[in-house]
Write a protein that binds this ligand. Structure first.
Ligand SMILES: [Zn+2]
Length: 94
């Protein structure tokens, strides 16, 4: 067996695992709807109140946040990181 074949046998399970993780992430991310977010007040980054951006809706409580990062901070659900507990409840609902 060549060195390449040895390497292919070694990497194949990792590739399958990576594909499974990517599929799980894509399925999880599909629950996070992109919707319009309107700044409720003048924001610290200089965004004036009433400005419109593409935001993300929390799949648990339905609130809209300006980004996935803010959603993860305020709701405990990150669009890029699947949670075994699912998406039916978030930190804002506690
Ligand atoms: Zn929420």
């Amino acid at each position: 067996m060549s060195d390449y074949q040895d390497l292919a046998l070694f990497l194949l399970p990792a590739e399958v695992e990576a594909q499974e993780r990517a599929a799980k992430r894509a399925e999880w991310n599909s629950h996070f709807e992109q919707v319009e977010w309107i700044a409720p007040y003048d924001c610290a980054d200089g965004t004036p109140a009433g400005s419109r951006r593409i935001g993300i809706r929390c799949p648990a409580c339905g609130a809209v946040e300006v980004s996935g990062f803010v959603l993860a901070l305020n709701h405990g659900l990150d669009p890029g990181v699947p949670k075994p507990a699912g998406f039916t409840r978030c930190a804002k609902m506690l």
